[in-house]
Design a protein around this ligand. Structure first.
Ligand SMILES: [Zn+2]
Ligand SMILES: [Zn+2]
Length: 374
């Protein structure tokens, strides 16, 4: 059992979260009621909120914690400034915590924001007390980041950057638009609280609420609603199984603006080496998880027990067709690169590929059909 004595409170964090929250939910509406806000306040709120959150998702998370792609120094400086604006500690510290979270996910003793310790703890509680006092400055799991001059520059000047962005920037807007208090409240406090809690939802709600299409080995969930508020990070079940993928929402219809932004940076020459999980692996994980969930449903429903054998049969077929299709696809890609292949050979392979594709698609249909009956 966990010791009854809790570690001491971190008063800086407690007061920061509390004061910004009170300003955002009480003082900001009160000020608006008496003096009013104009369109500039709301536009700058959205701009600053997006800048903060995208710096966390594309910078702190996918670039630095997971090395899902490589970014030009200019971009890294932008993310470093945006990350300090988001006030979530330095990129080095954040990434170190996050790598431990992935390595020991749901382990109450090791995962710094283990979802198994409840909503409050994983959302914000873990930052209110000195739970990790022994390992706080241990960055041995981020030696690669310690070689990144932008990461180290931000780590060294974090406090100054945090002050300049969080107070200096709203203040500057206040001077420009002639409403210092209004801008401090909306772009300062309200933006900070919105940015904090939407990011924190990934550690709390995205481990509680949603579906598990890829794995149930950990608590992470896929949730489109959360993806909307977190610039695409809501596809957390996918993310925990394939953490080095630069995408979290892999399908075109999934809302993942962080992915779209990284892809756009690639077109602009600011990002390269974007990592993607091979589709074969994704499909295999999905089919295995679907089989597991369907088997569990069958176990709970004796009327459906006779489906068990055909389900397993369809799954085996699905795996076979999947492997055949993707290995042929691979051969085709390799052949395209080689100039030595005869035209005749090429068209033969293409024909087999088309055949296999049709077989795979039809197997996928019967697999989905049996899943709906289980
Ligand atoms: Zn997680
Ligand atoms: Zn992650």
């Amino acid at each position: 059992m966990r010791s009854a004595e809790k570690p001491p409170l971190i008063w800086l964090n407690v007061s920061l979260f509390l004061i910004s929250f009170v300003f955002a939910v009480i003082v900001t509406p009160w000020y608006g009621y008496h003096y009013g806000y104009s369109i500039e306040h709301w536009v700058w709120l959205i701009v600053a909120f997006s800048f903060c959150n995208l710096s966390i998702t594309a910078g702190y998370h996918r670039l630095w914690s997971h090395k899902a792609y490589q970014a030009h120094p200019f971009l890294r400086y932008v993310f470093a400034i945006g990350g300090a604006f988001a006030l979530q500690n330095s990129a080095l510290h954040w990434s170190s915590d996050h790598r431990v979270h992935h390595k020991h996910v749901d382990n109450n003793d090791k995962d710094p924001y283990s979802a198994k310790r409840g909503f409050w703890f994983s959302h914000i509680g873990w930052m209110l007390r000195n739970y990790n006092q022994d390992t706080y400055s241990d960055y041995t799991n981020c030696r690669d980041l310690q070689k990144d001059s932008v990461v180290m520059w931000q780590h060294k000047h974090y406090l100054l950057l945090a002050f300049l962005t969080n107070l200096g920037f709203p203040l500057l807007l206040g001077v420009i638009y002639g409403d210092i208090w209004g801008m401090l409240l909306v772009v300062g406090a309200l933006r900070l609280v919105l940015s904090h809690h939407t990011t924190f939802f990934i550690n709390s709600l995205a481990h509680i609420w949603g579906s598990q299409p890829y794995t149930d080995k950990n608590t992470a969930r896929d949730n489109g609603v959360l993806a909307f508020f977190t610039f695409g990070e809501g596809y957390h079940n996918y993310h925990h199984i394939f953490e080095n993928d630069y995408r979290n929402g892999i399908y075109w219809w999934q809302y993942d603006p962080t992915k779209w932004m990284i892809k756009s940076f690639q077109w602009l020459g600011l990002a390269e080496k974007l990592r993607e999980t091979p589709y074969l692996k994704i499909e295999q994980a999905k089919a295995k998880q679907a089989l597991k969930q369907a088997m569990a449903r069958i176990e709970h429903n004796p009327e459906k027990l006779m489906l068990k054998q055909s389900l397993q049969h369809e799954f085996d077929l699905m795996m076979k067709k999947l492997n055949d299709f993707y290995s042929l696809k691979k051969q085709l890609v390799e052949q395209k690169k080689s100039s030595l292949v005869e035209k005749y050979e090429r068209s033969l392979l293409l024909m087999r590929y088309q055949e296999m594709k049709a077989e795979f698609k039809s197997q996928q249909k019967s697999w989905n059909a049996i899943l709906t009956h289980c």
